[in-house]
Design a protein around this ligand. Structure first.
Ligand code: SF4
Ligand code: SF4
Length: 378
């Protein structure tokens, strides 16, 4: 296992983090964790050198934190840094922040959460936090030792990401990033921006919901197989991330010993800037094939924004493209409904046409937004 210094915290953390949102379950019920097996797997990962464990209040129907608390008994708590997240959508007052944090300390059976993140920030949640005094909360929770480091996870557009990064002396942030999402949400620019400020950067969705590793088309496998050093598709996706010096930790939600072994093996090899030019070329070729399957040629450049009625144009197209590229509109629809707020959805478009004048790709934005509504509804 390789370790990196995590931003300005000075902590040496494993480049692979254990995400506890896809633990093994019973009867296909996400809320019923197979406790014995999940504890065995988490401890197996720690024994292999993973020292960052990530959970959150809502994972597994609210049962993940308590399970992690159990997994970290018997001396395992001391071997890792523990991270969880404040459920931003439930915060309606300053007191709520303390209420949830205290409940999480109980569930996790610990006195201190090493890395505490404001969960899934978007514009609305960020404004809500500021209104309710989040900075006072952070200061007091750090002073009284309930949390050690503070950060946030993010699901919105790049300008807001930069605004949040600049608004406080954060220790870390968690962004969605993979070789297909260099221009999505925070993207490469956001990654570099946060790292340059001394923040430790964590990555989620390294496999884009698993799609970069499962049912990989033959034409893509043919490209991967041209490499001098053989890697599985999952290892390619992880290697792309670890190759970037700005990346601190890549989180992977693991639920199988062979998956842990596969990730740990890759995490023992990839130093920053260690991929060859040939490797980088193969990744580019794979990207091009996935991109050729996109429904709309949007580069997320943001020139069309802001829309006068609030439509998140590149956000809507991003999910339409996910559905088209991986031939799974059902999954893309779920993501769209989760991450695009009602006020920002394609159905709000009044067809004024202002955006089309600004789009360098000459996309027929109005027509394509109708496609989005057709696929995903209101
Ligand atoms: S055409 Fe629709 S998406 Fe474009 S600016 Fe007007 S309302 Fe917004
Ligand atoms: S201007 Fe065009 S390419 Fe750029 S984000 Fe908007 S729709 Fe996409």
């Amino acid at each position: 296992m390789l370790y990196r210094k995590f931003g300005n915290t000075g902590e040496e953390l494993s480049i692979l983090g254990y995400g506890c949102m896809r633990l093994p379950v019973l009867e296909g019920d996400d809320a019923k964790i197979n406790e014995e097996e999940a504890i065995r797997q988490i401890r197996y990962g720690i024994d292999k050198g993973i020292n960052y464990i990530d959970t959150a209040y809502p994972y597994h129907g609210g049962n993940s934190e308590a399970l992690v608390g159990k997994a970290l008994a018997d001396g395992y708590r001391e071997k890792v840094k523990l991270a969880t997240k404040l459920p931003s959508w439930s915060v309606r007052s300053r007191e709520d922040m303390d209420k949830y944090l205290n409940r999480q300390l109980d569930r996790l059976n610990t006195d201190c959460i090493d890395f505490y993140l404001l969960h899934a920030l978007n514009e609305q949640r960020w404004e809500n936090y500021k209104k309710h005094g989040v900075f006072d909360f952070i200061k007091k929770a750090k002073e009284d030792g309930r949390i050690k480091y503070i950060g946030f996870s993010f699901h919105d557009e790049l300008p807001l990401f930069k605004e949040i990064v600049d608004a406080y002396d954060w220790d870390c942030c968690l962004i969605q990033y993979n070789f297909m999402d260099e221009n999505f949400q925070a993207g490469t620019e956001g990654l570099k921006y946060a790292a340059a400020k001394g923040m430790g950067v964590l990555i989620m969705e390294p496999l884009r919901g698993g799609y970069l590793a499962k049912d990989v088309p033959d034409e893509i496998m043919d490209i991967w197989n041209q490499a001098d050093e053989k890697r599985s598709p999952a290892q390619w996706a992880m290697s792309f991330l670890w190759n970037r010096p700005e990346v601190g930790i890549v989180l992977s939600g693991m639920n199988d010993i062979s998956q842990i072994d596969e990730n740990v093996e890759a995490a023992g090899k990839v130093q920053p800037e260690s991929l060859t030019e040939k490797d980088a070329g193969l990744i580019e070729q794979v990207k091009e094939i996935y991109k050729s399957r996109m429904a709309v040629n949007c580069t997320n450049c943001q020139y069309c924004m802001p829309c006068p009625v609030g439509v998140s144009i590149p956000g809507c197209f991003g999910f339409l493209n996910t559905g088209a590229m991986f031939e799974d509109m059902k999954y893309a629809k779920g993501q769209y409904k989760t991450f695009i707020l009602k006020d920002n959805r394609a159905s709000n478009c009044i067809e004024c046409g202002v955006c089309e004048e600004k789009c360098p790709q000459n996309i027929e934005i109005r027509n394509m937004l109708k496609e989005v509504v057709k696929e995903f509804g209101d």
